[in-house]
Design a protein around this ligand. Structure first.
Ligand code: PLP
Length: 418
């Protein structure tokens, strides 16, 4: 029987526990080879419904990179969800699984012109740029597309900021949007406030900037047609975050505050983590527990690490909730009254980068030993695909999917503007 969370500081109200279906799967498959991810597709569907209820004005584009498993994609495509794709590989996959090209937004700001050409021939008609050279490619290779210009954000409030590598200044965004419009494109503005964003108000500032751009464009007779609100909605990791309804309220209020003069703008939202994160649990086995001379904490080595699924623990950015499958309880004492203590948690490879949590404290039972199993909760996003192919001979992270129950057949796509 799997029990409660034991890692990290005690939380007064621990966020979402794994679904009952996942608990049953883990109970019924106690000897399944580890490490593996199990994903409950009912949870994905439920999060999709919750997001649509929280942000009814926005068309949802699932960020495929978060978890491109065909089971996940087929479910979301069947529910009518649109898709944010980063590459031709993701485009081909989505089309193969039944998505229509007009449901896809090619959101990567870094694209080969040949790939843009092929995407255009396949019918993809929404693309993103954040600099003049990328816009030049789009003007040449995707002349009839809607172009979204990506604004830079500072990523503050996010555990996984996407600030340095992407986006342009407001002035440059305006210049690029103007150029795209003059080249005959419909134009929009997009941004990403950083992944696992804790601050429900993080969308306010970029929306205010977007309104300034809309005003400047309007003054020249150019309509701003689309605003892409990006991703950033969180999963249930260690630090508690507000409910998605609170994000929806804050984003809607910011739209009303800044962009009410432009009621015909079409809004997109591109969640990755929120749709799939809470739907997954990684089960792992303790390979080694070592106590070293002069070190106050034991080192606990797992069969999963930075190179086979847990890349987002790099610099301890994403802090997963961890429980001991056999014992478990809030940090400090197990349910049987056994003490816990802080440990350093590391992965199995011969690479010193493969340390999950050393700066931040992770509490595990004192009598934890090799062979014990741990669960990393809310790990459905950015795990399987971040897994290396065969580093040190370890297999990529395996995944099991619990099929969706009671799905109504093929819903119509919602809110497409093309
Ligand atoms: C362009 C784009 N859109 C959406 C997302 C999804 O972000 P999140 O998982 O925080 O929802 C990402 C993540 O990297 C992204 O690069």
């Amino acid at each position: 029987m799997t029990q409660t969370v034991v890692a990290g500081p005690v939380q007064a109200h621990p966020p979402a526990l794994p679904s009952q279906r996942i608990e049953r799967f883990l109970e019924q498959n106690p000897r399944l080879p580890t490490p593996f991810l199990v994903v409950d597709l009912d949870v994905v569907a439920e999060h999709y419904r919750r997001l649509r209820a929280a942000l009814p004005r926005a068309t949802v584009y699932y960020a495929v990179k978060a978890n491109p498993d065909p089971a996940v994609l087929s479910l979301l495509i069947g529910l009518g969800c649109n898709l944010d794709v980063a590459s031709l590989g993701e485009i081909d996959l989505c089309l193969r699984l039944g998505a229509r090209a007009e449901q896809l937004s090619y959101g990567n700001t870094i694209k080969k012109e040949a790939d843009l050409n092929r995407a255009t021939r396949l019918g993809v008609a929404t693309v993103t740029a954040d600099c003049a050279a990328e816009l030049d490619k789009i003007v040449r290779a995707a002349p009839a597309s809607t172009v979204l210009i990506r604004l830079a954000t500072n990523g503050s409030g996010a555990d996984w900021p996407l600030s340095r590598k992407f986006g342009c200044t407001p002035q440059e965004c305006l210049t690029l949007a103007r150029r795209a419009a003059r080249a005959g494109h419909r134009v929009g503005v997009g941004f990403h406030v950083g992944s696992q964003q804790h601050d429900v108000h993080a969308w306010d500032e970029p929306l205010a900037t977007t309104a300034w751009i809309a005003d400047c464009l309007a003054a020249q007779g150019i309509p701003l047609e689309v605003v892409n609100l990006g991703g950033g909605l969180p999963s249930s990791h260690l630090a508690p975050t507000p409910d998605v309804a609170a994000y929806g309220e804050a984003i809607t209020a910011a739209i009303d505050r800044h962009l009410s003069p432009y009621p015909s703008i079409h809004y997109m939202v591109e969640p990755g983590r929120f749709l799939v994160g809470d739907a997954g649990v990684i089960r792992t086995e303790v390979v080694l527990v070592s106590r070293r001379d002069g070190e106050p904490r034991r080192w606990v080595y797992l069969d999963v690490g930075l190179f086979n699924g847990l890349t987002e623990t790099a610099e301890e950015a994403i802090r997963y909730r961890i429980r001991c499958a056999e014992r478990g309880s809030p940090a400090g004492l197990t349910e049987r009254g056994e003490p816990t203590e802080p440990v350093v948690l590391a992965g199995p490879t011969c690479d010193s980068l493969d340390v999950l949590y050393e700066r931040s404290s992770c509490e595990l039972p004192l009598d934890l030993r090799a062979g014990d199993r741990l669960d990393l909760l809310a790990t459905g996003a950015y795990t399987t695909t971040y897994s290396s192919v065969w580093f040190n001979g370890f297999e990529p992270l395996r995944a099991h999917h619990l099929p969706a129950s009671g799905l109504s057949p093929a819903a119509a796509p919602h809110g497409s503007w093309s």
